[in-house]
Write a protein that binds this ligand. Structure first.
Ligand SMILES: *[C@@H]1O[C@H](CO)[C@@H](O)[C@H](O)[C@H]1NC(C)=O
Ligand SMILES: *[C@@H]1O[C@H](CO)[C@@H](O)[C@H](O)[C@H]1NC(C)=O
Ligand SMILES: *[C@@H]1O[C@H](CO)[C@@H](O)[C@H](O)[C@H]1NC(C)=O
Ligand SMILES: *[C@@H]1O[C@H](CO)[C@@H](O)[C@H](O)[C@H]1NC(C)=O
Ligand SMILES: *[C@@H]1O[C@H](CO)[C@@H](O)[C@H](O)[C@H]1NC(C)=O
Ligand SMILES: *[C@@H]1O[C@H](CO)[C@@H](O)[C@H](O)[C@H]1NC(C)=O
Length: 394
């Protein structure tokens, strides 16, 4: 149920005083059911070059044939990891799933709202819903939903190419989440694959309960919202039962009434108009690889389940909870101009690696790749994130 207006108004007025934030939005993309699935390209790849996971990203035709993406009887969008195929005895086994990238680009002035009943979870599982520029990291990346294994709290973060984008720790009074990557008075969002610094991104972890994992699913899911405008980048999370009444329809929502955000990256320390370019909405699920598979991170929540991540991959019964159950994704805009170029630049990279139909990246190639700092794109940040995460964990 929505919060009582009398409780919300004072917070809203305070926020409005300091932040120039639009109060009316126009619906730009309304994605649910079959329309959701047709709004994305399937980035087919037998190898997960960016994150070294034990996955095989299928083409649309293959994914539909395998029943990995479909609309269920209730009209929900289901996006799965294969939980029927055994990989026993195949050292190069990559579990089938999909990597989805939106056809439309999202521009500054956008408010993205995502309503899900279930987000993939389980030991070795690594889901993410994020946006990324067509040139990475020069046009930035905005992470809306992400975590691994049996963690219970969602992580919001930014990864950028600009060297002047940070989240100041002073935002603590204006967000409910906790900054988990602070160094002194800032959390640095800059990706620097060449030097290995700060590539984990600037992470704020949700503090409201059940934002990730089995708790999220058993409460009936919830809503994540991300606003990217001239005031900065703002994230909210609302558990089912606490979703504001102006969310859920196609009429203009008003984020100034939603109260304190979960995470806030103000424009004063990260210029949202120069650090980020038009964004591709991206959704997929990885397995093991450069986050879920990092030994210290794996054992943190799954040490009682298995000695390491890769040993779980061959058994399909480990992936019964590795699926997205989505009600809708809507993008609203506060800009008069709604024209959005098609994501043609990203399409060029789609043909890179569609050979080796049955194969996937095994644990061995994953380890080999992770030791190299020469990869481009997301590969670069993840490689270094291994180091960063390990250091933080220690
Ligand atoms: C699409 O997949 C390929 C192969 O994994 C990868 O190199 C490329 O970066 C992906 N495209 C995007 C925009 O992530
Ligand atoms: C796909 O799987 C779901 C549940 O796993 C099932 O309800 C549905 O009937 C299947 N669809 C097809 C076309 O096999
Ligand atoms: C953030 O990291 C980048 C890359 O290492 C660096 O150039 C920049 O100076 C850092 N910002 C601050 C405020 O430390
Ligand atoms: C936090 O919000 C208040 C009130 O909106 C504002 O005055 C203050 O500048 C904000 N603090 C930071 C660090 O952005
Ligand atoms: C994972 O654990 C299994 C079972 O103990 C072992 O056989 C395998 O070598 C381990 N793999 C890695 C990559 O450590
Ligand atoms: C696969 O997972 C789904 C839930 O996503 C479940 O309904 C189904 O029974 C599982 N399939 C098998 C073979 O266990």
């Amino acid at each position: 149920m929505p919060l009582d207006m009398s409780l919300r108004l004072p917070v809203a007025l305070l926020a409005a005083a300091a932040i120039t934030r639009a109060q009316t939005y126009t619906l730009q993309q309304d994605l649910a059911g079959a329309k959701f699935l047709s709004a994305f390209k399937y980035n087919e790849s037998a190898i997960d070059f960016n994150n070294f996971g034990n996955v095989h990203f299928l083409s649309q035709a293959a994914a539909v044939a395998a029943n990995l993406t479909y609309v269920d009887a209730s009209g929900h969008v289901i996006i799965k990891v294969d939980n029927t195929t055994s990989g026993a005895g195949d050292p190069t086994f990559g579990r089938n799933t999909v990597y989805l990238e939106s056809n439309e680009l999202m521009d500054i002035g956008s408010l993205l709202i995502f309503d899900a009943n279930h987000i993939p979870f389980g030991c070795s599982v690594w889901p993410s819903l994020f946006t990324q520029g067509q040139i990475w990291p020069a046009q930035g990346e905005i992470d809306i939903i992400e975590n691994v294994n049996l963690e219970t709290a969602n992580r919001f973060s930014l990864h950028v190419g600009s060297s002047s984008c940070v989240q100041p720790t002073s935002v603590a009074s204006n967000q409910t989440g906790t900054i988990t990557t602070a160094a002194g008075s800032i959390s640095n969002c800059t990706v620097t694959p060449a030097t290995g610094q700060n590539t984990i991104g600037c992470v704020t972890t949700e503090t409201k309960p059940n934002s990730y994992g089995s708790g999220f699913a058993s409460q009936g899911g919830g809503v994540f919202a991300m606003l990217w405008d001239l005031s900065g980048i703002v994230f909210w999370y609302f558990p089912r039962g606490s979703v504001p009444s102006d969310i859920g329809g196609t009429a203009s929502p008003d984020p100034t009434t939603w109260g304190k955000a979960s995470a806030w990256y103000p424009a004063s320390s990260c210029d949202p108009s120069t650090v980020f370019g038009p964004q591709i909405i991206t959704l997929y699920t990885d397995i093991c690889g450069a986050f879920a598979g990092v030994p210290s991170l794996f054992t943190a929540t799954c040490g009682q389940v298995a000695p390491n991540c890769s040993v779980l991959v061959p058994d399909p019964t480990n992936y019964n909870d590795a699926y997205w159950d989505i009600n809708y994704l809507r993008v609203f805009t506060n800009q008069a101009a709604t024209a959005s170029a098609s994501a043609s630049a990203s399409a060029a990279s789609h043909s890179a690696s569609t050979t080796g139909g049955g194969g996937g990246s095994g644990g061995a190639s994953g380890t080999g790749g992770a030791s190299s700092l020469s990869h481009l794109g997301r590969a670069g940040w993840v490689v270094v994130a291994l180091v960063g995460v390990a250091a933080v964990a220690l």
